[in-house]
Structures are given as structure tokens and as C-alpha cells.
Design a binder for this molecule. Structure first.
Ligand SMILES: *Cc1c(COP(=O)(O)O)cnc(C)c1O
Length: 371
């Protein structure tokens, strides 16, 4: 599904030197690489504050902690995402309210958000799934009208641009109150271990986020709030600074692969290729097809027999996961989420796909439907 080795080979000299440099400096935690990365990300994203942390899940948890939500407060989000998004809501004793998605973009449906708002609603967590932004203009309008915080989960969409109806653009993760991303190796900006970051334009919130991520302390050994220990290390930051320079090229390479697939599948009736939303470009963390008329699982098996990896993101939507079942849980009715769970399949998508590989993969898909 990804080719991290191929990508590494291209930047090997720079990466190896940077890693050695960190080792020789013995500044492993809180060093110049982390500071440098935070500054460079601020510039790249045009955002005032970047707070790096241990991973994307921590980024989400720290964000919710910094917003001072109380147990029982409700957070509206999507069920069609990775577990981390909803897990952190539950861990903090908050109530996840999962609503349905748009059938074309896989992203949370703003109309469903509006319907789910109650007195207890305090925040919305849209996820920019597969690399394309949720309908942020509508979401921000709803948030403003109802005085809600918005935490963007942009773990899959760093580098995507969102365009508002007035023509202005912002980077994914810089539109809401807070944005959260992951630097897990297979993400679009991935390090060589775990890592994450939080974005905000709010000075007061930025300070709180830093304190929460650092054991609740502003001054060493004086703890003002209950926090966590979550930090990015200098080795990872050194790798990320090198890859950040290539991030726009990575997005371009992914888009070229996506365009190839789009073209290749135009003629296949049973395949619906990913919709390109007019307000968001696509970072193509995943290239995800919808297979009409059943046969999705057979296609996956056929591709496996041809040594083509394919994945289902995600095989069980979160609202149906055992982990959320407790005596207080009422399973929401999410027909679009349920339907898409049966239809989606993601093909190999990364920065190193060659035309030969793309041809082999799409030919294999064609063969399945022609047989
Ligand atoms: C990967 C991912 C996360 C979690 O990131 P980690 O760094 O693995 O903790 C959260 N949300 C989404 C949508 C993700 O894809």
C-alpha cells in the first residue's frame, strides 16, 4: 500500500546526516530540530502556533483536555474514521455523538451535525478522510451559530487546501479552533516512528495546549493542571523537516497516481471513483473506490491473488464497535456509513508508484470485472 523504502532512498543522504547530527548533539528531547520543525510548519500552514506531540491520538486528546470540557459534554463526530478520533472523546468521559456522512466524499455531513446539537454539545470533530477536507465552511457556520469548538482531525489530509466561497483558501487543520495531525510513518508527512502535532491561531489556547502536553506545567515542577507526557523527539523532527520540503511534491505525485486510476476506471460501470470536492483539493492519503452491486470482497481477494494489496478502511464503522457498547450506549442509525462500509476498497497509493505499477494494478481490476 505504501513504499517507504523507495521514498527514503531519494532522501537517504540528507536523512542519514540529519539523524547522525542529532545523535552527536545528544539533544534528543526538546532541541533545535523540534523548534525548527514547529517554525517551518507554522510557515507552511500559515498558522500562528504549532505544538508537536507524541502522536496523532495524543494531539486529539490534548486538544479536548485544553478546551476544559466536562464529563457528559457531547462531541459530534463521524463514525467513518480511525478509532483514535472517537476513542479520545470516550477516554475523557465525554459523550461521542456519531452522525452520518456524505455519500460522495465520505466526510461528516453538516446537516446531520446541525440535527444532533443539544444543550450539552460543546465541540465538533470533523475528519478530513482519505485526504480531502470536510465541508468546513458549513461546519464553521454551524459552530459559530451554536458557540461550539471545532477540532479538525487532519491526520490524513495535511497539505490539502480548502477554498471558501469568497475565494480565500486555508490549509487543512488551520480552519477550526484547533487542528490535529499524525506523523505516523505511512501518513502523508510521516516520520520514522510516532509523532503528531496540534495547530491553532489562538494564543491563549496555544499556551494551554503546551502546558497540557507537558505534565500540566508552565514552570518546571509546578503543575497547574492535570496533563500528559507527549512530545516529539529531535530524531523524528529532523526527518520531518527534510520531508516537509517535499510535501507539496508528494501531494503532486499522489494526485498524478489518482488521475491515472480515475482515467483507468472511467469505463467500469461498477466502480465509482473518488469525488473531487469543488472546495477542497485532495491530498490522497488513500485512493478509495466504491464498488457498486456487491463484489467488493471478491475484488479484494482477486487482487491479493495477483499480489496487489488492497485495504478496507474501515471494515467495521465505529458506531458498531464492541468497545463503545456499554449500558448507556444507544447505537445511532447511520445508513450511509453502513452502506459505504460495504462498498469501499482502497488501492495502493503513495509517492513512488510507477506507471508500470499503476497499469498492472488497474489492469488487474479490469480483469476482475471482465471475468
Ligand atoms: C492515523 C490517524 C489518527 C491517529 O494518529 P496516530 O499518530 O496513529 O496516533 C487519528 N485520526 C485519523 C483519521 C488517522 O488516520
Amino acid at each position: 500500500m505504501v513504499d517507504l523504502r523507495g521514498q527514503y532512498e531519494k532522501i537517504k543522504e540528507e536523512v542519514d546526516a540529519a539523524i547522525l547530527n542529532v545523535i552527536e548533539s545528544t539533544a534528543f528531547i526538546k532541541g533545535p530540530e523540534v523548534q525548527g520543525l514547529e517554525n517551518e510548519l507554522q510557515e507552511y500552514l500559515s498558522v500562528k502556533h504549532v505544538i508537536t506531540c507524541g502522536n496523532g491520538t495524543d494531539a486529539l486528546q490534548i486538544s479536548l483536555m485544553a478546551l476544559d470540557l466536562k464529563p457528559g459534554d457531547e462531541v459530534i463526530t463521524t463514525s467513518f474514521t480511525f478509532i483514535a478520533t472517537v476513542e479520545v472523546i470516550s477516554i475523557l468521559g465525554l459523550i461521542p455523538v456519531m452522525v452520518d456522512i456524505d455519500p460522495d466524499t465520505f466526510n461528516i455531513n453538516p446537516e446531520e451535525i446541525a440535527k444532533a446539537i443539544t444543550e450539552k454539545t460543546k465541540a465538533i470533530i470533523p475528519v478530513h478522510l482519505y485526504g480531502q477536507c470536510a465541508d468546513m465552511e458549513a461546519i464553521m457556520n454551524i459552530a459559530r451559530e451554536n458557540n461550539l469548538h471545532v477540532i479538525e482531525d487532519t491526520a490524513q489530509a495535511i497539505s490539502a487546501d480548502y477554498t471558501f466561497t469568497d475565494g480565500s483558501t486555508k490549509k487543512a487543520g488551520t480552519i477550526g479552533t484547533i487542528g490535529c495531525t499524525s506523523f505516523f510513518p505511512s501518513k502523508n508527512l510521516g516520520c520514522y516512528g510516532d509523532g503528531g502535532a496540534i495547530f491553532t491561531n489562538d494564543d491563549v489556547l496555544a499556551e494551554k495546549l503546551r502546558i497540557v502536553a507537558n505534565h500540566g506545567m508552565r514552570v518546571k515542577y509546578y503543575h497547574d493542571v492535570i496533563g500528559v507526557n507527549s512530545r516529539l523527539d529531535n530524531l523524528q523532527a529532523a526527518v520531518l523537516r527534510i520531508k516537509l520540503r517535499d510535501l507539496d511534491n508528494y501531494k503532486k505525485a499522489r494526485n498524478e497516481a489518482a488521475n491515472y486510476y480515475d482515467n483507468a476506471f472511467k469505463s467500469v460501470e461498477q466502480i465509482k471513483t473518488p469525488m473531487r470536492h469543488p472546495n477542497s483539493d485532495h491530498a490522497f492519503h488513500q485512493y478509495t473506490l466504491q464498488i457498486e452491486g456487491g463484489g467488493r470482497d471478491d475484488l479484494k481477494e482477486y487482487l491479493a491473488s495477483k499480489d496487489v494489496p488492497a485495504m478496507i478502511y474501515y471494515p467495521v464503522p465505529l458506531h458498531k464497535q464492541k468497545a463503545f457498547r456499554n449500558s448507556n450506549y444507544t447505537e445511532p442509525v447511520l445508513p450511509i456509513t453502513d452502506l459505504l462500509t460495504e462498498k469501499v476498497i482502497s488501492l495502493p497509493m503513495h509517492t513512488e508508484l510507477t506507471e508500470e505499477q499503476l497499469k498492472y494494478i488497474s489492469d488487474s481490476v479490469h480483469e476482475f470485472f471482465n471475468n
